[in-house]
Design a protein around this ligand. Structure first.
Ligand SMILES: Cc1cc2nc3c(=O)[nH]c(=O)nc-3n(C[C@H](O)[C@H](O)[C@H](O)COP(=O)(O)OP(=O)(O)OC[C@H]3O[C@@H](n4cnc5c(N)ncnc54)[C@H](O)[C@@H]3O)c2cc1C
Length: 438
């Protein structure tokens, strides 16, 4: 029989993705009672398999890096992009990173983080679907849920963290969730293949059995209708198309699958990587309107973190590390609020502004529509002034390879860091176009 959630606790976290579980670990380690309520039964599928090396600094603090290393995920050296026909490569080691990025099966990665939060003291309840949060008593919130037998329940708590991913439970409850109004408001369509070749750091393609000899990279490419990714995993390859919604308008699942397979078989480079691969039936998922933001993400008694607050665009593989970042901020604000309740509103404001800085930075870079969708350029500029040079350089190179660096340059100039930045990096990392030999 499934164990029942308690009647009350200090903090309820809704959702057990990287945002929810890492917030739970931070709080539980500080001796705070924390309950995670998760709708799915883990391991559950999730998109977002390419991790940039920034994430290690968070998993080190969480104490879970060793478990991640022991799992043996694929270590990636960087990325190759073919953008508007030009091939460029970014290697993390060229930017001074000593640890690799990873290609992870997200069901396994997220489960590992969940088990770690449980070991750290969080109480975890799966197959629990949260419906709403009652804020009528600000110090005694009510989290309403139903279990897998559809039995209703409520947990009382002092703080709620909404980590429900793109479901954005609280933003929908408050009606503060907005879709991005941009020409780049794309749709994602992705699926999985067996027996795919992979893109190597040597610009060649390889079979999976040479993964230890020839370092893999994430492969992205722009094409007429949008752009695509190819991410090699241990037993499969994740392939995604990012396209304008008009291309699959009114399509049913079967038509979307045909569209997807046709593109995979015909697009240059991708078709070479998939030449001996076979599609895993029913592995297609599509997510329309994946770019959105909420205008109200924190208050004295709740925090919306990770994708629950906003998601922009997967082009820079920011999502998971942003979830870790938000979780670290929100749990710090809650820890301080327990110590000093009279300041809890101030802590939540500080947290909100830090989180908005990063979301706005991602939006400015990924979408290229500065000035729209209530984008706060001053927040972006202040973040750029404090970001580690290493991370900024990598972002500039990534923006450059995908023709999105004009925004970056403009903001860096306005923040007064452009000259220093260029002097330090000497433009070395702005990789020159080269040839792909798949
Ligand atoms: C097409 C696409 C490609 C991407 N590629 C990358 C990439 O390569 N690299 C990268 O870093 N990021 C990528 N991302 C983003 C990444 O997937 C997310 O940023 C990341 O998963 C966010 O973590 P999270 O914990 O906020 O949410 P999630 O991982 O979505 O977890 C949310 C959890 O909440 C649970 N939940 C939802 N509603 C309820 C409810 N009512 N009650 C209880 N539980 C609930 C869900 O079951 C889920 O387990 C991509 C995203 C998209 C859309």
């Amino acid at each position: 029989m499934q164990k029942k959630p308690p009647k009350s606790t200090d903090v309820v976290i809704i959702g057990a993705g990287p945002a929810g579980t890492s917030a739970a670990t931070h709080l539980a380690k500080a001796g705070i009672n924390v309950v995670i309520l998760e709708k799915a039964q883990f391991p559950r599928p999730q998109v977002g398999e390419s991790l940039i090396p920034h994430f290690w600094k968070f998993t080190d603090v969480l104490g879970v890096s060793e478990a991640i290393e022991a799992e043996g995920f694929i270590a990636k050296a960087g990325g190759i992009s073919v953008w508007n026909g030009k091939t460029r490569q970014i290697l993390f080691s060229d930017f001074g990173y000593t640890r690799a990025g990873l290609h992870v099966e997200r069901d396994i990665f997220d489960h590992l983080l969940l088990k770690h939060s449980e070991r750290s003291g969080a109480m975890v309840y799966q197959q629990i679907n949260v419906q709403k949060v009652d804020f009528s008593q600000p110090n005694n919130l009510g989290v309403y849920f139903s279990d897998q037998e559809n039995k209703k329940g409520i947990i009382r708590c002092a703080y709620v963290i909404d980590a429900t991913g793109h479901r954005s439970l609280l933003a929908r409850q408050f009606n503060t969730r907005h879709l991005i109004n941009s020409k780049k408001n794309f749709l994602a369509l992705w699926g999985y293949f067996k027996n795919s070749r992979y893109a190597g750091a040597d610009y060649k393609s390889h079979t999976i059995d040479s993964i230890k000899k020839n370092r893999p990279v994430t492969f992205v490419m722009s094409y007429k209708e949008g752009w695509l990714w190819h991410i090699i995993l241990r037993n499969t390859a994740s392939v995604g198309l990012i396209i304008h919604p008009t291309h699959t308008k009114n399509f049913n699942k079967h038509q979307r699958e045909i569209f997807f397979k046709q593109h995979c078989q015909s697009l240059p480079h991708l078709k070479d990587l998939l030449s001996n691969a076979h599609f895993i039936e029913n592995s297609i998922t599509h997510r329309p309107d994946y770019s959105y933001y909420s205008t109200q993400i924190c208050a004295e008694n709740y925090y919306s973190i990770g994708d629950a607050a906003a998601f922009i665009d997967p082009i820079f593989s920011h999502g998971v590390q942003n979830a870790f970042y938000n979780a670290a901020l929100a749990s710090l604000a809650i820890k301080e609020s327990f110590k000093n309740p009279s300041k809890r509103q101030r802590y939540s404001q500080l947290c909100a502004s830090r989180m908005q800085q990063y979301y706005n930075f991602s939006r400015a870079l990924s979408l290229g529509d500065l000035g729209h969708n209530s984008l706060h350029q001053n927040l972006v500029r202040s973040l750029m002034k404090t970001m580690p040079a290493l991370e900024l350089e990598l972002m500039l190179a990534a923006a450059h390879t995908t023709n999105r660096s004009e925004n970056f340059k403009k903001l860096a100039m306005e923040a007064g860091i452009w000259k220093n930045f260029i002097a330090q990096s000497q433009g070395e990392q702005l990789t020159q176009p080269t040839q792909l030999n798949f």
